[in-house]
Design a protein around this ligand. Structure first.
Ligand SMILES: Cc1cc2nc3c(=O)[nH]c(=O)nc-3n(C[C@H](O)[C@H](O)[C@H](O)COP(=O)(O)OP(=O)(O)OC[C@H]3O[C@@H](n4cnc5c(N)ncnc54)[C@H](O)[C@@H]3O)c2cc1C
Length: 444
């Protein structure tokens, strides 16, 4: 006998919201979670502060998901930021907005967000089975789903797949949902890493500057070998998701802000933002990243300033002069790249050497070898193809009674709270729709 109306597979942000909402509407809900507890990814999100959503208006909000963002209009029309914030407040969680419109719990503690969902699920008697990894879902001729786990099988009228992407596997998201969905006839857009640090060919150079965090710089991704890229094409405004203007080839994306050097290459906020464009462009050929360390100055202004310093402090070593221009750990690597001796006094620096330094300050060049693996990405791009899902209900267009929500779908966004809002919104709508479908079966 079927004693469950809705089975939710996966207890992340999307699955917990879906389970709670379906139960709130009167469905008997079973939540199957592969790990020992729900909400593990929420706990590490926003550096454990959980950036829940963003204050951006709907148009700019949707733009952060790229072309697939259109799909979210339906879910956002039903449950968006105001609804999310009042839901959280109802459960005692106050929020605050910070720089860039990022919304966090006032407590700065992601555990408080998980506590809200624990209470929500308990309030509406959602049955949770943890350590239950779903390995198969099938549908019999009576439109009843059988959900298989190592410890047993569960029957239900409807199933919601909320298994997340394939990144950060310690939180439970290992891409299981793709095989389950494909087994039910759904097309999967190849998963790829988004919001991911980049490995460069110039690893020794990156390693020599490891740990240096740069602010107020411009990084620009170009299609092409670093040595061949014309640095004068570096734009003076941002291009990329959520920006109004589109880049002209060979520019792929350009961002002003913070980045850092790691032992393998490049990381930090603006590199993560550019990473999906880089990953996609790597399929078409070499990709390079040029870093303008002094974007506020033109090459000519920088030349005048450096020449004046070389004249004024003519007895100082070049390394001493460069203290005004670079973080300490970058000075020797940059001087070496310019082919100069670090001991050289300023008055011996030739015009050619000075110009080489200027070139490096305006365009420090790296060739991207690859992104870090999918497991290390903040989100997974790709997933269950959206054209097979009804955006208003999150129901499968192929299998009646099947629903999707969260990152398992071919949806991903830049940082700023957008990924979690999409998970909450699609979870809410999937839960509501599955409950409605189960109710309609009872009436039939
Ligand atoms: C380090 C990090 C920081 C982040 N910070 C932010 C942030 O501040 N703001 C933001 O908006 N986004 C952030 N994100 C992204 C955001 O956390 C995710 O997009 C979002 O949590 C996805 O929610 P989900 O419910 O779809 O998937 P998940 O949270 O991945 O949940 C999926 C759940 O399904 C379970 N599961 C998987 N397979 C099975 C199976 N076979 N059987 C049963 N259960 C299964 C998993 O164990 C997991 O609990 C961050 C991501 C990372 C990795």
């Amino acid at each position: 006998m079927i004693d469950t109306d809705v089975i939710v597979i996966g207890g992340g942000a999307a699955g917990m919201m879906a389970a709670g909402r379906a139960a709130e509407l009167g469905s008997r809900v079973l939540l199957l979670e592969k790990t020992d507890r729900c909400g593990k990814k929420i706990l590490i999100s926003g550096k454990t502060r959980c950036n829940l959503t963003n204050t951006a208006d709907i148009k700019n909000f949707i733009a952060m998901y790229g072309p697939n963002g259109r799909f979210l209009h339906g879910a956002f029309a039903r449950f968006f930021r105001p609804e999310l914030l009042s839901f959280l407040q109802k459960y005692g969680l106050d929020t605050k907005a910070e720089r860039g419109g990022r919304v966090f719990p006032v407590s700065d503690d992601a555990r408080d967000v998980v506590r809200v969902f624990q209470k929500y699920l308990a309030d509406y008697n959602v049955r949770i089975v943890s350590n239950a990894r779903v390995s198969s879902v099938s549908l019999d001729q009576h439109s009843c789903f059988t959900v298989g786990t190592a410890s047993g099988r569960y029957l239900s009228q409807t199933v919601i797949i909320a298994t997340g992407g394939a990144s950060w596997p310690t939180t439970g998201s290992t891409g299981d949902g793709y095989a389950i969905s494909a087994g039910l006839g759904h097309r999967i857009v190849a998963p790829k890493p988004a919001l991911v640090p980049l490995v460069v060919r110039e690893q020794n150079l990156a390693r020599s500057m490891q740990g240096v965090s740069l602010r107020n710089i411009r990084a620009t991704a170009f299609q092409g070998e670093a040595a061949r890229v014309d640095s004068s094409r570096t734009p003076d405004c941002d291009y990329g998701r959520g920006e109004k203007k589109f880049p002209r080839p060979p520019v792929l994306e350009s961002r002003f802000g913070e980045m850092l050097f790691t032992h393998f290459g490049l990381g930090g906020p603006i590199i993560l933002l550019m990473s999906l464009a880089v990953v996609e462009a790597l399929d078409n050929g070499p990709v390079s990243i040029l870093i303008d360390l002094k974007p506020a100055l033109t090459g000519e202004q920088l030349r005048k300033r450096l020449q004046s310093d070389l004249n004024k402090f003519s007895k100082r070593k070049i390394t001493g002069i460069m203290k005004e221009y670079l973080p300490a750990k970058m000075i020797e690597p940059v001087i070496a790249l310019a082919g100069m001796d670090t001991e050289k006094p300023a008055h011996q620096v030739s015009a050619v050497e000075r110009d080489r330094i200027i070139d490096l300050l305006k365009a420090l060049r790296f060739n991207v070898r690859a992104p870090l693996p999918l497991a290390r990405a903040i989100v997974t791009a790709g997933g269950v193809a959206l054209d097979e899902i009804d955006p208003r209900t999150l129901s499968s267009k192929k299998v009646p009674g099947l629903y999707f929500c969260g990152e398992v779908m071919d949806l991903d966004a830049d940082t700023g709270g957008y990924n979690l809002q999409a998970a909450f919104s699609t979870g809410y709508v999937a839960g509501e729709s599955a409950a409605g479908f189960a109710r309609s079966l009872l009436r039939a």
